[in-house]
Design a protein around this ligand. Structure first.
Ligand code: AMP
Ligand code: MG
Length: 337
């Protein structure tokens, strides 16, 4: 299952050709359930430091690692747990965002994600009574923060699956800035962080996966100093006995995998954590609510691909997007401001 997931994720790639600068330091490794590739125009030690940092963050945040902050919090059954600074920083951003995004993004949906089998790969369709029972414990209001002491109401559990890579991208950006690296591309499997531009002064070109054929792209985005994050129904899913495809992103209001006509949402913005949470939230919202949300918040751009193969692109992204040959005839719908 992991391999299938990787091939889908890995397709968001950087097109690095055309550089005559010294070879970058490159690290490829498996972390946070995906393959990551760091391309750093700096020394090997800096790239190695970044890799180590990602592993340390995974140790803190992965709900599957019993010593992580997340696992301890989930096991605490209503008691307070003292968490590390990074976990608290991320949790604060998460709680604020849940409120802003009207719970379309909510990390406490985790027990339902598990119940459908998206964590261990033992896929299963829970019955409605079971979903109703689990939904009673879903809700970011059940997270209390008091400095570094955090408490989840009894029976509530969470995971950072929809934001940890974005947070990692932000922290790596800080590390690279401290090390005076002005050009780097961080591919964190579905999450891309472009630092500066390519050494030749041109923008990075990032392929956006075609949800109908994830090894191909619908086109490329020109990227300089930004985060590009995609949430898609092709990244992890199973087909049930009735032939219905069930994807890994769950609507926290219903407890069911999202099936609203969107295949993928790509978000471009300055902050990796926010872009990661946004891509998930907008995917769950569906096209109309996502367009409304974008009209009210202009700190990001988005590209939505629908079941019908339609591309909806926000105004600020039109110039940066070059469609692939296959998609050159597809109508690009501008989301007017
Ligand atoms: P992403 O690929 O960033 O959209 O994150 C999807 C992952 O986040 C899933 O595999 C789940 O672990 C978790 N997740 C699923 N649905 C939601 C949701 N509505 N809000 C927050 N996290 C979710
Ligand atoms: Mg996300």
């Amino acid at each position: 299952m992991k391999l299938k997931r990787l091939t889908a994720f890995f397709f968001i790639i950087a097109l690095l050709c055309g550089c005559s600068a010294p070879a970058p330091a490159q690290r490829s490794f498996f972390a946070m359930d995906t393959i990551m590739t760091l391309t750093v125009y700096g020394d090997e030690n800096t790239a190695a430091l970044c890799e180590e940092y990602v592993f340390s963050l995974e140790q803190l945040l992965s709900a599957q690692l019993p010593e992580s902050d997340t696992a301890k919090l989930n096991a605490a059954q209503g008691n307070e747990v003292e968490l590390h600074g990074e976990t608290v920083e991320l949790l604060e951003a998460v709680v604020d965002f849940c409120h802003e995004a009207d719970s379309f993004y909510d990390p406490t949906v985790y027990p339902i994600v598990k119940e459908w089998g998206f964590i261990d790969g033992n896929y299963n369709i829970p019955n409605e009574a079971r979903i109703a029972e689990l939904l009673e414990k879903v809700g970011y209001e059940n997270i209390s923060l008091n400095g570094n002491a955090v408490c989840l109401s009894d029976g509530v559990q969470l995971d950072f699956g929809a934001c940890a890579k974005g947070y990692a991208a932000d922290k790596l950006t800080e590390i690279l800035k401290e090390k005076n690296v002005s050009s780097a591309l961080l591919d964190l499997g579905g999450n891309i962080q472009a630092i500066g531009c390519k050494p030749d002064g041109t923008a990075w070109k990032i392929g956006v996966a075609d949800p109908f054929s994830p090894s191909e792209s619908v086109g490329t985005l020109a990227a300089v100093d930004c985060s590009i994050v995609t949430s898609g129904n092709y990244q992890r899913s199973f087909v049930d006995e009735n032939g219905v495809r069930r994807c890994h992103i769950i609507d926290p209001h219903s407890g069911f995998p999202v099936d609203n006509g969107i295949c993928s949402v790509t978000v471009v913005g300055k902050n990796g954590t926010r872009c990661d949470m946004l891509s998930t939230a907008l995917f769950v919202m569906g096209t109309d609510k996502a367009v409304d949300f974008r009209r009210k918040n202009d700190d990001f751009e988005m590209l939505i691909i629908t079941d019908g193969g339609e591309l909806l692109i926000s105004e600020g992204l039109v110039e940066k997007f070059t469609p692939s040959k296959k998609y050159s005839d597809v109508e690009v719908i501008r989301l007017e401001e």
